[in-house]
Design a protein around this ligand. Structure first.
Ligand code: G3P
Ligand code: CA
Length: 307
């Protein structure tokens, strides 16, 4: 049954992807959407992205977390997408439900409580908020569809991570199908409201092959010599902040991605003012943070500097 579903999704996507050829989206890399650092120029301040939403103030990867980000005025949020046993896409970080839900109480005999071993209906019963704070009791693990509707409602922008893609064959096609169904593969969303990222290079290659106009980013810090290969399918390189240096950012910026723009750099996960200012001085284009309000304040009080 799953294979048939994937085949149907593929057919649907091919119709969409045919419209999304590289270069057809003239605004795909415009400075208004991703800030780049032309050599020698003064950089704009980096984008600030709420990691798993405003996850220091609300349970990560829930609708409450993106609502909290919206109330803070944070327009970019990041999430993690995985798949249930019956093929529903859900937003959750760990491959296990244990840390962020009450699954052990509700299903005590279902160890090791993997996301992929539970149906969407079972996961919908879980409390994904109490672990964070009592006032979030009853918060649910959102489906990707629910999540996309809330991001749209909030007029936010999404850095969507395909989490553990090796566990979920065909998840790239499914994600693109949901994005298409929710109107996120039109020109306006592609131009400035959506980036798909993953630690899985193969997964990003699949996304780029199916829908070339979708902007993508590789999570990690590839060797500089390997950057041209990544630039074949990825518009950005998103390293942990400890991997970032002025020289590395400059090296990444010197390579053009599949849409003809310099590869962007978003550093994660930066939760304090000093580190935020440091990576900004290195010239990163984005800072991914559990505390986007803290980072935004830090960057506002720091004059942009040359990389
Ligand atoms: O967005 C970067 C970051 O989310 C990658 O690490 O483990 O938090 O998904 P992780
Ligand atoms: Ca993530």
């Amino acid at each position: 049954m799953y294979a048939r579903a994937v085949a149907a999704v593929t057919t649907a996507l091919l119709g969409t992807a045919a419209l999304l050829v590289p270069g057809s989206d003239a605004k795909a890399g415009s400075p208004a959407t991703v800030t780049h650092a032309p050599a020698g120029a003064v950089t704009a301040r980096p984008l600030v992205i709420g990691h798993r939403g405003a996850s220091a103030q609300a349970p990560e990867n829930t609708l409450a977390a993106i609502d909290r980000a919206a109330r803070l005025g944070v327009s970019w949020v990041e999430n993690d997408v995985q798949r249930t046993r019956d093929g529903e896409l859900v937003v959750i970080h760990d491959d296990s439900l244990v840390r962020t839900t009450n699954v052990k109480d509700v299903f005590p005999h279902r160890a090791p409580w993997k996301v992929k071993d539970f149906t969407a209906a079972e996961i919908a019963r879980l409390d994904a908020g109490s672990w964070f704070a009592p006032r979030f009791a009853g918060t649910r693990v959102p489906t990707l569809t629910q999540y996309m509707r809330r991001v749209e409602h909030n007029h936010q922008k999404l850095l969507l991570e395909i989490k553990n893609p090796e566990l979920y064959p065909g998840i790239e096609q499914q994600i693109l199908k949901v994005l298409g169904d929710e109107g996120w593969l039109d020109r306006q969303h592609l131009a400035g409201r959506l980036i798909v990222q993953s630690f899985g290079a193969d997964s990003l290659r699949i996304v780029h092959g199916l829908a070339p106009a979708v902007r993508t980013a590789f999570l990690g810090a590839p060797h500089v010599a390997d950057l041209p290969a990544y630039a074949g399918f990825s518009d950005g390189i998103n390293p942990s902040h400890g991997s970032v240096s002025r020289g590395y950012v400059a090296a990444v910026h010197s390579v053009a991605g599949p849409h003809g723009r310099p590869l962007a750099v978003f550093a994660w996960t930066v939760d304090d003012a000093d580190t935020a200012r440091q990576v900004a001085r290195y010239g990163v284009d984005g800072v991914i943070s559990d505390k986007p309000d803290v980072v935004r304040t830090a960057l506002r009080t720091t004059a942009p500097q040359t990389p």
